[in-house]
Design a protein around this ligand. Structure first.
Ligand code: PLP
Length: 408
């Protein structure tokens, strides 16, 4: 038998990586599901916290840890965990701290799936939920009960872009020994760090601005109290909310340019918001950086001038105008996401808020002509021209038929 045959018989044996005195500059992707240990004693050392290491990827793996520690630096946190999605991060935090009989207060304008988690899922486990306006700390205070355990709010709400007074809500939470969970996805630590203002738990959909390229679905969660952080990490492993190593690797790569992308997208958003105010046919522009925004002063105080990359605007006209706008802007992705390097456009009435009744949508101001723009990093002049053309097309579609014929 030749040496060749010998080798092929052992092909299924795991080979060791060649020893090398240099190290790769780029974090390697580590897809390994299991990690071989040197001895039972070595496993004891790892599980009992005397030595670092990994055993099974659902309980943690290097790519998740590298990414988590980078987001920890940004948020001023320690021991954060990366999860399979933003929703997994929110779920892990809630399941880690809640028990039957507890009460949760959620903001009225939360992300659609978060609202669904609070209103449909938690009650099945005996957790009661009430909603209160996050822009009104007194309303949050009034909703507190003796059994309230957590307040769940977003720094900036979707898609109305209302700003929560987190320092005031944090004070209410602390006085009542209630945990404050802040979803900082829209705002990002570049503009605001919730832990510096009294939050107990911070979550992110890393899918959005932090990863930034719409090619990885991930979340992040960190807690101020190490015991809660440990409970969250155990919940992630037990409920199976672990992130894929490859997604973590992509997100780490995306994160390297996060600050540069954020600054550029924000600069574009500011310019676009001012521009849209002067485009005929736009009835309202919503951006916390505009002086007519209801939370402008609060945003200036909390975000130090960083009002982010999200801009909403409203057109008169119904669905026909909305369809015309989207069709006339083929280069702007009409997609229900945000935080991509490229600008995306979303229409809450037909996507994120479609489950609400028309009356509920009207109460939030989410009429057919309401659009949300996640401004990207492209050339702002291109973006302005495309949106202006699309808004003109929407105005033509909204004009009564006879008027159109008269003009023709
Ligand atoms: C997208 C989003 C989520 C959910 O994140 P996924 O990664 O899609 O699970 C939660 N909160 C906010 C504010 C979001 O925008």
């Amino acid at each position: 038998m030749s040496d060749r045959d010998d080798e092929s018989r052992s092909i299924v044996r795991r080979s060791r990586m060649p020893e090398n005195s240099f190290r790769p500059v780029v974090t390697p992707v580590m897809p390994s599901v299991v990690y071989a240990a040197g001895s039972p004693d070595a496993l004891d050392d790892m599980y009992e916290g005397r030595a670092p290491g990994y055993a099974y990827a659902r309980e943690g793996h290097p790519n998740a840890d590298v990414l988590a520690s980078k987001i920890d630096w940004l948020e001023g946190a320690e021991g954060g965990v990366v999860t399979a999605s933003g929703m997994a991060a929110i779920s892990a935090a809630l399941f880690a701290v809640l028990s039957e009989g507890d009460h949760v207060i959620g903001g009225t304008q939360l992300y659609g799936r978060t609202l669904r988690m609070l209103r449909q899922e938690l009650p099945r486990f005996g957790v009661r939920v009430s909603l209160a306006d996050p822009a009104d700390p007194a309303a949050i205070a009034a909703a507190i009960r003796p059994e309230t355990r957590v307040i769940v709010i977003e720094t900036v709400s979707n898609p109305a872009l209302r700003v929560a007074d987190i320092p005031a809500i944090a004070q209410i939470a602390a006085e009542n020994e209630v945990l404050l969970l802040v979803d900082n996805t829209f705002t990002t630590p570049r503009a605001f760090r919730p832990f510096d203002h009294g939050a107990d738990i911070v979550v992110h959909s890393v899918t959005k601005l932090l990863a930034g390229h719409s090619d990885a679905t991930l979340g992040y969660v960190a807690a101020r109290d190490p015991e809660i952080a440990q409970a969250i990490s155990d919940t992630v492993a037990t409920w199976g909310m672990t992130a894929s190593p490859f997604d973590c690797w992509l997100a780490e790569r995306g994160l390297h340019s996060f600050a540069v992308r954020f600054d550029r997208a924000q600069e574009n958003a500011e310019e676009l918001a001012h521009f849209l105010e002067d485009v005929p046919g736009v009835s309202q522009v919503i951006y916390p950086g505009l002086s007519n925004h209801p939370d402008h002063a609060l945003a200036q105080r909390l975000f130090n001038g960083n009002c982010g990359n999200m801009v909403s605007f409203v057109l008169p006209g119904g669905r026909a105008a909305a369809n015309a706008l989207v069709e006339a802007a083929p280069n702007i992705a009409f997609a229900p996401t945000l935080g991509d390097i490229g600008t995306t456009l979303s229409h809450p009435a037909s996507s994120s808020h479609r489950a609400l009744s028309a009356a509920e949508r009207d109460a939030l101001g989410l009429v057919e002509g309401f659009f949300r723009v996640s401004v990207g990093i492209e050339d702002i002049e291109l973006l302005k021209a495309e949106l202006e053309t699309a808004i003109e097309a929407a105005a033509r579609a909204a004009a009564p038929r006879n008027l159109r014929e008269e003009r023709a």
